[in-house]
Design a protein around this ligand. Structure first.
Ligand code: B12
Ligand code: SF4
Length: 543
């Protein structure tokens, strides 16, 4: 068959201009030809300029073959409508990763996507049709043809999830919810949704979908924490392109520590690892549009490096792939020089540490013995010596904190060497020791709805200040830490200390937050008039 016939069959028009052959593709798909690579995306009108007719023939064959492999393609392309796919799905499911903006004007750039939605899509059996909607960057399609709406959300987004559930209910949809909030508040979730998944989805998702297809959806499914073997690659093809980074990977689940404010030990019990070969498949996937998306691997693990034999094997396997990777780890790694070297050789450009506080008592209260204030500087230096960027989380609102100690963190974190700070307000999430303690002391502000649990608002009575003083201290810290002065100082310093990828990451993230600071795009403060106010009081059930 000739190239032009093939194009006709694919709905691709073909012409020529002075520079070469022009392909005009106006179909639900577009093909981006770079060398021999073929990327498939959706809903674009796209012009490819091919200098030679011979390339035109290659393009035609690739496009045609791709269309012929439609069944494979079904799991390789972005679905914008359930109608687009052929075949009869048992259940058409819309997975919605719920989101509420946490800054006054939203994000200027959407940096890294969640893995949850594309993971759930990947474990969805092929006889069902799946779409993934990231509310962070996509509009919610209430008039969807989906039979089942699957909502995933954190506590801070619960009011929005319930609002969505109400809207879908009005349209006669069945709704299932899961995630960290649903796991710890299933009864509350069932007031808005038909079904709830408690815990991890892998052991129950197939059964749930079969039940939905058979019209016998149960109200509760309790997921078991299974070994992480045979987990399919996340559906990267379903990610909106507006996320700057695309390759998010999970290699392990769980964490052996028991920090007082963290739900991980109960949410993901034990510490489980995926087979290295399977993780490497995800790391190798490279049908992304931009070079940095092919280059960067962002591990969304709880504590990737804790099992040393495992991480050594994984990193050893990553060395030849020449990627740039980032993850979250605990500070003890800084004492392990050979691991740090391996991290460097395998392309580590950034590590997130939960430093949390400079207060010794606060760290005790947080059950964080692995953090030692007097060792922060040396430990951060150990990473800098390998050119690795240190991102670090800090929490305001521990019992020993005062407004002054909170604001002082802006300078302390700079002096300690942190390259990119993440600044949160202490939040007593259900399922944590912090929640149990504060609830028993009657310190949870029961009039405040779940929107106050977004990490930037105050939902409890601090010990040494009022809730409003804590909020103001956090905002003052945020403004100071992301002031032009500190942001620039961190960027300049990182230029001399970090390897290229790490420097770029550091510069971008500091630039990102500094721009927010300069625009007055601060973390949103909720009050009685918050958009979610109708859900205020739900936390009283929790208390
Ligand atoms: C990666 C991560 C992030 C990333 C990505 C965020 C994102 N949107 O995914 C970043 C760093 C941005 C982040 C930020 C925050 N995070 Co975070 N994060 C995590 C972490 C470490 C891993 C989550 C993950 O991707 N796991 C891998 C995927 C595959 O699994 P999963 O999401 O857990 O989903 C499984 C089950 O929960 C379930 N499931 C989930 N949803 C659904 C939906 C349905 C329908 C079904 C059936 C099942 C199901 O099935 C999945 C497969 O088993 C978790 C810790 C943890 N272990 O969960 C904390 C965690 C989710 N984060 C948390 C918090 C508090 C935050 C912040 C508010 C922190 C802050 N102070 O700013 C912000 C919120 C930012 C935001 N805008 O979303 C809390 C949430 C607690 C709660 N009750 O809400 C957790 C649990 C950690 C903790 N401290 O306890 N986080
Ligand atoms: S080290 Fe991190 S993941 Fe582990 S329990 Fe503490 S906060 Fe949670």
């Amino acid at each position: 068959m000739q190239a032009y016939d093939l194009f006709d069959k694919c709905g691709v028009s073909c012409g020529s201009n002075g520079a070469g052959v022009v392909l005009q593709i106006q179909s639900p798909y577009w093909w981006n030809l770079t060398g021999s690579r073929l990327a498939v995306c959706l809903n674009e009108s796209f012009t490819i300029l091919l200098p030679r007719a011979s390339q035109c023939a290659i393009a035609a064959t690739l496009i045609h073959d791709t269309l012929l492999q439609r069944t494979t393609l079904g799991s390789e392309r972005r679905n914008d409508s359930h109608e687009i796919s052929s075949g009869k799905a048992a259940v058409r499911v819309d997975i919605i990763v719920v989101y509420v903006q946490r800054y006054r004007f939203g994000h200027e750039t959407h940096f890294v996507p969640p893995i949850t939605g594309i993971h759930l899509a990947a474990i969805t059996p092929h006889d069902h049709q799946v779409r993934v909607i990231h509310q962070q960057v996509e509009r919610i399609d209430f008039d969807t043809s989906a039979d089942l709406i699957a909502l995933s959300f954190f506590s801070g987004f619960a009011p929005e999830a319930y609002r969505l559930a109400q809207e879908f209910k009005k349209r006669g949809k069945r709704i299932v919810a899961g995630g960290p909030h649903a796991t710890f508040a299933p009864d509350e979730v069932l007031r808005y949704c038909d079904s709830v998944v408690i815990g991890e989805a892998e052991s129950v998702w197939t059964e749930l979908l079969a039940d939905a297809a058979g019209g016998r959806l149960r109200d509760r499914y309790v997921g078991k924490a299974l070994p992480l073997i045979g987990i399919p690659m996340p559906r990267y093809d379903l990610l909106p392109r507006s996320f700057f980074i695309q390759r998010v990977v999970q290699a392990t689940r769980g964490c052996p520590f028991t920090c007082s404010f963290c739900t991980v030990p109960t949410l993901n019990p034990g510490f489980r690892t995926r087979p290295v070969a399977e993780v490497i498949e995800d790391v190798k996937y490279d049908k992304f549009r931009h070079w940095w998306q092919r280059k960067v691997v962002w591990f969304w693990d709880d504590n990737l490096t804790i099992n040393r034999p495992y991480i050594r094997t994984l990193l050893g396997a990553m060395i030849p792939l020449r990627k740039w990777w980032l993850t979250q780890a605990s500070m003890d790694i800084a004492e392990d020089a050979s691991l740090l070297d391996l991290m460097k050789w395998s392309g580590c450009i950034g590590i997130f540490f939960g430093i949390e506080s400079f207060g010794v008592q606060s760290l005790k209260d947080a059950h964080k013995p692995q953090n030692m204030v007097d060792k922060y500087q040396a430990r951060i230096r150990a990473l800098h010596d390998r050119g690795i960027c240190v991102m670090a989380g800090f929490i305001a609102g521990f019992d020993s904190d005062t407004p002054e100690s909170v604001v002082a963190m802006a300078k302390q974190l700079y002096d300690t060497g942190v390259d990119v700070p993440f600044l949160s307000v202490l939040t007593p999430y259900r399922g944590t020791p912090a929640y149990t303690k504060m609830a028993s002391e009657g310190r949870i502000l029961i009039g405040r709805g779940w929107e106050f649990y977004n990490g930037y608002n105050v939902s409890f009575n601090p010990k040494n200040m009022s809730p409003d003083q804590l909020l103001q201290a956090h905002r003052a810290l945020w403004r100071e830490a992301f002031s032009f002065k500190y942001s620039l100082l961190r960027i300049v310093r990182s230029f001399f200390r970090l390897r290229l990828g790490a420097f770029l990451m550091c510069a971008m993230m500091n630039g990102f937050y500094c721009l927010k600071r300069m625009r007055g795009n601060e973390p949103m403060t909720f009050g009685e008039s918050s958009p979610c106010a109708q859900f205020t009081g739900l936390t009283s059930d929790a208390a």
